[in-house]
Design a protein around this ligand. Structure first.
Ligand code: SAH
Ligand code: SF4
Length: 412
């Protein structure tokens, strides 16, 4: 498994960005789970498979990994016994360990996954992923980093101290683990508490890169992972059903459209630079105008493929009717949807969610201006699974450190 990419953006002064960890030690026997075709081909080469056979062998592994959810090499009956033994010598089919599973009263499920750290044998990092079933779809909210180098003032993940990029395999593995736990592999014995599809369809229909981390700061791994999950011969979730959310990493937006080609969501949250500087400190590097220009030029954007603008509703901060009017004006000419997200408070957060009648007024103005403006109903509140609440049990900042960070943010 490759080491995660370094975040190449220069780390700015103050608290705009934290420095990510660089080291990551893969287990002695790497897992094939989550690997792309290219990496599987390398694994087969290491296992002595001659080049002319590799493509066909990759296709066989692909079937067992991504259509059948195989957990042992013995199951792979289309693969010769010798090769199975050779693969088992060198590789595993391990998934990240599920450290905790929580099921909300509304059906939302949250998994805490344990991943290797920087030193062999140490406890490692944790990352969360959330399953949100709805009437017409079921969405898996996937993480791209352990923690986040950015420090948005209203986001729980931003308060996490340590940050490391996930590998492509670890990103794909979140989908695999979800399907394991949901009993979503055809012909496989479901675990206790699984949902199990009854109509022949799949339980995970959509993916949003809206968990922990900034996906465009882990571009290569996210691109590779999304190629694996959208591959029509395997997990086959179409790119139209995958949304990547960014806080506004302007230089990477065009590449995201051209090289990944999924739907884009942008965390706007404010209509003025002074306020956005405070809420999304990355705005100091890439202000609103630059961000919206990048959106206008997003490859593939059209009325049929609109960009979603996320707007968290913070009481008395960004929720006035004047803000709604300014928002409509700002987005003029961009094929857009606006997603109003009620703020999800977390222990120690300093903001409050806007009152419902204010959210409704805001939403109505946007609707009357011609935008669909669904208010995203908070899900899984009882298990702290809603947007921006994801944060592992370890590596928390103390309240004092948090206050110090905020104070620095104000003066930076
Ligand atoms: N880093 C990326 C994706 C992960 S965050 C980004 O910022 O876009 C996914 C979404 O949840 C973003 O729109 C983020 O602004 C929002 N969010 C973060 N904390 C939140 C909170 N406490 N309540 C509501 N939404 C929140
Ligand atoms: Fe990171 Fe997104 Fe949270 Fe900001 S909102 S701190 S970019 S995860």
């Amino acid at each position: 498994m490759a080491a995660p990419d370094r975040v190449t953006e220069p780390v700015a002064s103050g608290v705009l960005e934290k420095t990510p960890l660089e080291r990551y030690v893969a287990p002695a026997k790497p897992s094939l789970v989550g690997m792309s075709r290219a990496r599987l081909s390398e694994a087969l080469a290491a296992a002595g498979v001659p080049e002319r056979q590799r493509k066909m062998r990759v296709q066989q592994l692909w079937h067992w990994l991504y259509l059948r959810g195989a957990t042992s090499f013995d199951e792979m009956t289309s693969v010769s016994k010798e090769l199975r033994a050779e693969l088992a010598n060198r590789f595993t089919l391990d998934r990240p360990e599920v450290a905790a599973e929580q099921v909300s009263v509304d059906g939302t499920r949250k998994w805490l996954l344990r991943l290797p750290g920087e030193h062999p044998g140490e406890r490692g990092h944790e990352v969360e992923c959330v399953y949100i079933p709805e009437a017409d779809r079921a969405t898996l909210c996937v993480s791209s980093q352990v923690g986040c180098t950015l420090n948005c003032s209203f986001c729980h993940t931003g308060t996490q101290r340590l940050v490391r990029n996930l590998t492509a395999e670890e990103i794909v593995a979140q989908v695999i683990v979800a399907r394991d736990r949901l009993g979503d592999w055809p012909g496989r014995m479901p675990p206790e508490g699984a949902i199990v599809p009854t109509d022949g369809g799949r339980l995970v229909t959509n993916i949003v890169m809206m968990g922990m981390g900034e996906p465009l700061y882990n571009f290569d791994a996210v691109r590779e992972a999304l190629q694996v999950v959208s591959d029509g011969d395997g997990i086959a979730i179409s790119k139209r059903r995958i949304t990547l959310s960014t806080s506004g990493v302007v230089p990477m937006i065009e590449r995201a459209g051209a090289e990944i080609g999924v739907m884009l969501a942008v965390s706007l949250h404010a209509v003025r630079d002074d306020l956005r500087d405070e809420l999304v400190p990355l705005n100091r590097k890439y202000p609103i105008k630059q961000l919206l220009d990048a959106c206008r030029n997003y490859p593939g954007v059209s009325n049929a493929r609109r960009i979603t603008f996320e707007y968290v509703m913070l009481k008395g901060v960004n929720d006035q009717i004047a803000d709604a009017k300014a928002l409509v004006k700002l987005l003029k000419g961009i094929p857009a949807k606006i997603n109003l997200i009620p703020f999800n408070p977390w222990p120690g957060s300093t903001y409050e969610c806007s009152d419902w009648d204010q959210i409704e007024k805001f939403s109505e103005l946007i609707f009357n201006a011609g935008y669909s403006s669904p208010v995203r109903t908070p899900r899984g509140r009882d298990i702290l699974a809603a947007c921006g609440q994801l944060k592992s049990a370890t590596e928390k900042l103390t309240a004092r450190e948090r206050m110090a960070l905020r104070a620095m943010a104000m003066t930076d």
